[in-house]
Design a binder for this molecule. Structure first.
Ligand SMILES: Nc1ncnc2c1ncn2[C@@H]1O[C@H](COP(=O)(O)OP(=O)(O)O)[C@@H](O)[C@H]1O
Ligand SMILES: [Mg+2]
Length: 596
C-alpha cells in the first residue's frame, strides 16, 4: 500500500516539475520545490505534492516530460478480481443501496435453491431482513440444503470467482462463482462486518460457524472466527439463533450491509414473490424489515426434473475458448480431444474435422499453435454436426406456470406455453410464457405488467435492455384484441410472464439482469408470446361476442313492450292480442340474433 503510494507520488513529481518551472507562481514554486523526493523525509514527501497541487494553476493537459517505460513499469501491477469489483461494484448489481439489498438476497437465495435441487431436497427457505438503522440492514438466508463441508466455506464466501458451476454446462442459477462472495465483500466494504456462515452437512455431524472477510488485494479469504457447533446443541431461549443452528442439514448466511428498503414490485419483496412463482416446489418464509411475515407455501410436491450437464457443442465455441480448451485438455491427441471434450462429435467426425484442417490426426493438443487452432476452428464451422442435445433442460411446465400465476394474481383468464428446446451459439435453451388477464383486480388502462425469469430467477432491473422486453414490444398485440401503442408494451389488465432456461443464459453483464438479444432467442420468445396471445385472443373474441349478444338482448327487452303499446294505440287491438304480437316479435328477434 505504502509502496504503491510512493510510486505514484514519485511519478507525479516527475511530470509536474518542469511545468512548475515554466508557469508556477513563486509561492507555488516554493512549495513545489520542497517536494523533491530525495531531499525530504518520507512523511513530508507524502504531504507536499498535495499542497503543491492545490497551489499550482491548472496543469497543462499534456505533461511536458513524458513518463519513461521504466516509470510506467514501476506503476504496473496485477489487479485482483476482488479489487476490480470493489471499484466496479455496479457490474455486480451493487450500484445503489436499494439494489444492494435485492442483490444480496438474490445471491443467497439462488445458491440455496441451486444447492437443494442439486442434492435432491425440496427446498425450504427462510429469509429475514431486519433494519439496524435506516441505511443498514441485516440479511439472513437459511436453507435445508446439503450444507457445505468445513474446508470449502472460507473460499466459497471469501474468494471471488470460486464456485462449482462455472466449468459445467448445466441449467443453474449461479454461473460465475462471484455471487455470494461479492455480497460478502460489499458488506465488508460498507459496514466493516464479516459475512457469517453456519452450515451443517448432516444431523450426526457437527456444524461449523465461520466469520469471513476478503483480503481484496489478494482475493483470498480471511477467517475472522471459526467455531464448531455441537452435534445436538439444545436450543436455548436467550440465543435467538440457536434454533436455526440446530438445523439437521443446511446453510445459514448472515450479512450486514449498507442498504435501503422500499416496498413494492421492484424491491426485494417483489423478488421473493416472483421467486415463489417460478419455483413452485419451494416453500419460502420471508420476514420483511417491517416485521411483516409472508408465507409462500409449496405448490408442487415434487422437485423439477434434474437438469443434465453437457459438454460444449463445437459450433458454440469461439476461437479463444477453443485455444484454452486445447491447452487444458487431458486428451493426448486432437482427434481424441474433439471426440471427448465436445458433444456431438463421433470418432469418425473428429477425424474428418482434423483432416479438413490439414493437421496430423495424432497431433498433441497442447502443441497447437494459434494458426493451427484457427484452421481447426474453421474446419469445425464447416462441418455439419448434429444439433446439441436438448433434453437437458428443466422447464417449469404449463401447468405449474398457471398454478404459480394463479397463486399471486387473481384474474379471469390464464394461459401458458412451454416451447421445445432450441439452440443459440451451440447452447440449448427453451422459452416458456404465461399470462393472466382480466378479472377486475388488474388495472385496465395501464401497461401490462411483465415479469421476466432466467433459470427460474426473477430479473428486476434493466428491463429495456432485455431480449424478453424487446420481444414483448415487437409482438403485435392488436391481433389478439389488445391495445398497444407503437413501440410500447400492450395496454391491458394483464400480467405477462416469460421464462428462459438454458445451460448458459447469455446475460448482458455480470450482474445478470438482462438477457442478450440473440436472434434465435428473440424468435423463440416471440413464438411463445404469440402462442399465449392467440389463446387470449380467442378468449377475448368470445367475450366480445357474448357481450354483443347481451347488448342486443337488452335492447329487445327494453323496446318491444313500447312497440306493443304503440301498436295497440294505432291498431286499437286488445291487451291479449298486444301480448301475442310482443311475444312473436321477441321470438323472431331472438332467433335472428342467435343465427347471426
Ligand atoms: N447455501 C449453499 N449450500 C451449498 N452450497 C453452496 C451454498 N451457497 C454457495 N454454495 C457453493 O458455493 C459456490 C459459490 O457460490 P457463488 O459465489 O454464489 O457462485 P455461483 O453460484 O455462481 O457458483 C457455489 O457454486 C456452490 O457450490
Ligand atoms: Mg451463486
Amino acid at each position: 500500500m505504502a509502496k504503491q503510494h510512493q510510486l505514484e507520488l514519485i511519478a507525479r513529481d516527475k511530470t509536474e516539475r518542469p511545468a512548475k518551472k515554466k508557469t508556477a507562481p513563486k509561492a507555488a514554486l516554493k512549495v513545489a520545490s520542497k517536494a523533491k523526493p530525495k531531499a525530504k523525509p518520507r512523511a513530508a514527501r507524502k504531504a507536499a505534492p498535495v499542497a503543491a497541487l492545490k497551489a499550482l494553476p491548472k496543469p497543462s493537459p499534456k505533461p511536458i516530460v513524458a513518463l519513461t517505460a521504466t516509470d510506467m513499469a514501476a506503476r504496473q501491477r496485477e489487479i485482483s478480481v476482488s479489487e476490480f469489483f470493489t471499484k466496479n461494484r455496479h457490474l455486480l448489481g451493487f450500484d445503489s443501496p436499494a439494489k444492494a439489498l435485492l442483490t444480496t438476497v438474490k445471491e443467497a437465495v439462488d445458491n440455496s435453491l441451486d444447492a437443494c435441487e442439486e442434492a435432491g431436497i425440496l427446498p425450504d427457505l427462510t429469509i429475514v431482513i431486519s433494519e439496524i438503522t435506516e441505511t443498514r440492514y441485516r440479511v439472513v438466508v437459511q436453507d435445508n440444503g446439503p450444507g457445505i463441508v468445513k474446508a470449502q466455506i472460507p473460499r466459497i464466501f471469501g474468494q471471488l470467482l470460486y464456485g462449482s458451476k462455472f466449468h459445467t454446462l448445466r441449467q443453474a442459477r449461479g454461473q460465475q462463482g462471484i455471487g455470494i462472495s461479492a455480497a460478502g465483500m460489499y458488506g465488508q466494504l460498507t459496514t466493516g462486518k464479516p459475512i457469517r456462515i453456519a452450515s451443517r452437512t448432516g444431523s450426526s455431524k457437527p456444524g461449523h460457524e465461520f466469520e469471513i472477510q476478503i483480503d481484496t488485494k489478494r482475493n483470498q479469504p480471511v477467517v475472522v472466527s471459526d467455531r464448531e457447533l455441537a452435534v445436538k446443541a439444545p436450543p436455548s431461549g436467550d440465543d435467538k439463533r440457536a434454533v436455526e443452528r440446530h438445523m439437521e442439514h443446511g446453510t445459514r448466511v448472515e450479512l450486514e450491509i449498507e442498504a435501503t428498503y422500499k416496498k413494492g414490485r421492484h424491491s426485494v419483496d417483489g423478488f421473493i414473490e416472483q421467486t415463489a412463482m417460478a419455483n413452485p416446489h419451494a416453500g419460502i418464509t420471508y420476514v420483511a424489515p417491517d416485521g411483516e411475515r409472508h408465507e409462500y407455501t409449496r405448490v408442487a410436491q415434487e422437485l423439477p426434473k434434474a437438469p443434465l450437464e453437457i459438454k460444449p457443442h463445437p459450433h458454440g465455441v469461439e476461437l479463444g475458448i477453443l485455444l484454452k480448451m486445447l491447452h487444458e485438455t487431458k486428451s493426448r491427441n486432437i482427434t481424441a480431444f474433439l471426440h471427448h471434450d465436445f458433444s456431438r462429435v463421433s470418432g469418425p467426425v473428429a477425424e474428418e474435422i482434423v483432416k479438413a484442417a490439414g493437421l496430423p490426426l495424432t497431433m498433441s493438443p497442447g502443441k497447437a499453435a494459434r494458426e493451427q487452432a484457427e484452421a481447426l476452428y474453421k474446419a469445425i464451422q464447416a462441418t455439419k454436426l448434429m444439433a446439441p442435445q436438448s433434453n437437458v433442460l428443466s422447464p417449469i411446465g404449463e401447468e405449474l406456470l398457471i398454478e404459480g400465476l394463479k397463486k399471486q394474481v387473481t384474474a379471469d383468464f390464464y394461459s401458458a406455453t412451454s416451447r421445445s428446446p432450441a439452440v443459440y451459439r451451440g447452447n440449448p435453451f427453451l422459452v416458456e410464457a404465461a399470462l393472466a388477464y382480466g378479472g377486475g383486480h388488474l388495472p385496465a388502462d395501464e401497461l401490462a405488467t411483465m415479469i421476466r425469469f432466467a433459470n427460474r430467477v426473477p430479473l428486476l432491473y434493466q428491463q429495456s435492455a432485455c431480449a424478453i422486453t424487446k420481444s414483448v414490444v415487437q409482438t403485435t398485440w392488436k391481433t389478439y384484441g389488445i391495445q398497444q401503442s407503437r413501440g410500447a408494451m400492450p395496454t391491458a389488465p394483464m400480467v405477462l410472464m416469460v421464462h428462459i432456461a438454458s445451460v448458459w443464459v447469455p446475460f448482458t453483464s455480470e450482474s445478470k439482469e438482462a438477457v442478450a438479444s440473440y436472434p434465435e432467442i428473440m424468435k423463440e420468445i416471440r413464438l411463445a408470446l404469440q402462442d399465449v396471445g392467440r389463446k387470449l385472443g380467442l378468449y377475448i373474441r368470445r367475450g366480445l361476442r357474448e357481450a354483443d349478444a347481451e347488448k342486443k338482448r337488452s335492447y329487445i327487452e327494453k323496446y318491444i313492450p313500447h312497440i306493443g303499446i304503440a301498436l295497440q294505440e294505432i291498431l286499437g287491438i286488445d291487451d291479449k292480442r298486444k301480448e301475442k304480437v310482443c311475444a312473436t316479435l321477441k321470438d323472431t328477434l331472438e332467433r335472428s340474433r342467435k343465427n347471426e
